[in-house]
Design a protein around this ligand. Structure first.
Ligand SMILES: [Cu+2]
Length: 153
């Protein structure tokens, strides 16, 4: 019996830690149980739209520049999000994205469709993607908290 007790206490402590971690990660979680909502950094829109692509509306956009047989674009991370967050690119042309230095939350970038998991903490990195078909390809920070997408046309 005492073992069971200890396990229960341990599980409760883990749950508390998980809750704290979720709050620290700032992703909008379950609505607060009681009336007073915690102060949010950004006032949340009245109707949050959970969509496949989690790039916020009005996020900065940019278009990759075709240079010979590749297209290139630079993405700045110094503001705590991807600038641009929406990258417009041409189908059928390899794309090189030059991600700037990232730290903390933005210390790595994931592009699941191309199995990219790139560290950005040593001055950033150039991620080379193959020629793509038309479509949308999302990318995010390592914790999947900050999102961007590549829109290929
Ligand atoms: Cu993150």
């Amino acid at each position: 019996m005492p073992v069971t007790m200890r396990l229960r206490v341990g599980a409760a402590a883990l749950l508390t830690l998980a809750t704290l971690a979720a709050v620290a990660c700032s992703a909008p979680a379950a609505p607060p149980a009681s009336g007073t909502a915690p102060a949010a950094t950004n006032p949340a829109p009245a109707v949050p739209a959970p969509s496949a692509s989690q790039v916020p509306a009005g996020a900065p956009e940019g278009t990759a520049k075709v240079e010979g047989s590749v297209q290139r674009i630079s993405v700045d991370l110094t503001k705590g999000y991807y600038d641009p967050s929406v990258i417009h690119a041409k189908a059928g042309v390899p794309l090189e994205i030059s991600f700037g230095q990232g730290s903390g939350c933005l210390g790595s970038v994931l592009i699941p469709d191309f199995s990219v998991n790139q560290d950005l903490t040593n001055g950033g990195a150039v991620v080379k993607l193959p020629a793509m078909k038309a479509g949308e390809y999302s990318f995010s920070c390592g914790m999947r908290m900050v999102y961007g997408k590549i829109v290929v046309q």
